[in-house]
Design a protein around this ligand. Structure first.
Ligand code: GLU
Ligand code: MG
Length: 439
């Protein structure tokens, strides 16, 4: 790495508020960091989106230290940050025991739990973001994003790709150089909004990729004088940024989402797994839609999946089943649409696996699929409409408490409670402005 001009490695993890935190080490120290870990306070597990902190029964206060161990299998030179590489970390305590609040180790535990039962999962996050240009003439990008929105051409419009052609090709180039397999890049609905989707990976790998893709997009944006906003809501009252999760359940080389007797060809096993996810969605929202801002996004008729139902290719259903092309066995999958980009992707993959496995244990089956927009047909119940409501469901979820374990479960709840308080009485505009540029 030194010979290739890499001077430092960014060692990242994602906290319970959904922010990626970092310790950097110079290249010469990376071997030591891999062997002994790098010190870091555990208090970040109770940090909020504004960098204030709360506390919980197991985490909080100035005492203690953790060791961050980089996963060198994921070590990646960063294409848009010359001189830098990146690696995600697992966190252990000083005695070498796994830190019970480490979100990445939680994701791995759940992945292993599925593997012990003979199942593999393929997962992939979609990354949505919107760009602003801080130096647009006369525009205060923070206060009035609409004024400073380059790429304001039509939704899904080629005009937007033409306007930001060099920028978008640099996004593709950087991701390609980093070995990330991009499936699609396209303009999204809101002004200046784009989306990248990447090939599926194992659950921990998918969460790692979500971090790498986001930081790469952020870095390429900065090189083009743009600020990338990943917050759930860019502008109050408008379409926001989703963080949809695609997943398929596998046994050996067989995708259980197809070739079965269940609805649209899924197997009974995949059906029970998805039914477990569907059942747990109100509680899962405290993980996947973790900010008060998330509920400004999670509105009907914005393709955000605000209803607790599933449907074939239904973009208003929180759980969208995708059969894919008949000759592409890997393609059948389900998409959880109600999650957004404020979520910690490691918590998301772990919690979704836990919910799915609980569905298998209970032998659940799916209710009838829903077609059309439930906002117009009344065919399905709304998911929680506030973080407070999602938090109540989460606190009542025996499945999630058992899976996360008390220290992680409670520190997540503490951060949610504190962010509810932080934004208590704030206007939607103020919540949007305080969060859209933080993630
Ligand atoms: N931006 C939408 C959201 O908030 C999603 C649009 C789409 O279906 O890709 O989730
Ligand atoms: Mg999208």
């Amino acid at each position: 790495m030194a010979a290739e001009g890499v001077r430092g490695t960014a060692l990242t993890w994602v906290d319970n508020a959904g922010l990626t935190r970092v310790k950097g080490v110079p290249t010469a120290r990376l071997p030591d960091a891999a062997r002994w870990g790098v010190g870091m306070s555990p208090v970040f597990d109770v940090y909020l989106v504004d960098d204030s902190m709360t506390s919980s029964r197991h985490v909080g206060g100035p005492d203690g230290d953790l060791r961050l161990f980089p996963d060198l299998d994921r070590l990646t030179p960063l294409a848009a940050q010359p001189g830098w590489a990146w690696a995600p970390v697992d966190r252990y305590d000083q005695s070498g025991a796994p830190h019970p609040v480490c979100q990445r180790l939680f994701a791995r535990r759940m992945s292993e739990r599925a593997a012990q039962r003979g199942f593999g999962l393929r997962m992939g996050f979609e990354t949505e973001w919107a760009v602003t240009r801080a130096d647009a003439p006369g525009a205060d990008a923070e206060a009035v994003p609409g004024l400073a929105r380059p790429g304001a051409g039509p939704a899904y419009g080629m005009a937007r790709v033409v306007e930001l052609s060099d920028y978008l090709s640099d996004v593709l180039d950087a991701l390609h150089t980093e070995g990330v397999e991009v499936l699609q890049l396209h303009p999204e609905y809101a002004p200046g909004q784009f989306e990248v989707s990447v090939a599926p990976a194992d659950p921990v790998g998918a969460a790692d990729l979500a971090v790498l893709v986001r930081e790469t997009v952020r870095a390429v944006s900065a090189r083009h004088g743009l600020t990338a906003l990943f917050g759930p809501v860019i502008e109050a009252g408008a379409v926001g940024n989703g963080g949809h999760l695609h997943l398929s359940l596998w046994q050996h080389d067989r995708n259980l989402c197809r070739g079965g007797d269940g609805p649209y060809g899924m197997t009974a096993t995949a059906e029970a797994f998805l039914a477990g996810v569907l059942r747990e969605l109100p509680a899962l929202l405290a993980i996947g839609a973790p900010s008060p801002a998330s509920y400004l996004r999670l509105e009907p008729s914005r393709w955000a999946g605000a209803f607790q139902c599933w449907g074939l290719e239904n973009r208003e259903a929180a759980l969208r089943f995708v059969t894919g092309a008949p000759d592409a066995p890997g393609a059948a999958n389900a998409e959880v649409k109600c999650f957004d980009a404020a979520a910690n992707p490691y918590l998301v993959v772990g919690a979704v696996i836990a919910a799915g496995l609980a569905g298998l244990d209970a032998g659940l089956s799916l209710p009838d699929p829903v077609a059309g927009d439930p906002a117009l047909t009344g065919a399905a119940p709304r998911l929680p409409t506030s973080l407070g409501e999602a938090l109540r469901a989460y606190e009542g979820s025996a499945v999630l408490r058992e899976a996360l374990g008390d220290p992680l479960f409670e520190s997540v709840a503490a951060v949610r409670r504190a962010e509810i308080e932080l934004f208590d009485g704030a206007s939607p505009e103020a919540i949007a402005a305080a969060t859209r540029g933080r993630y």
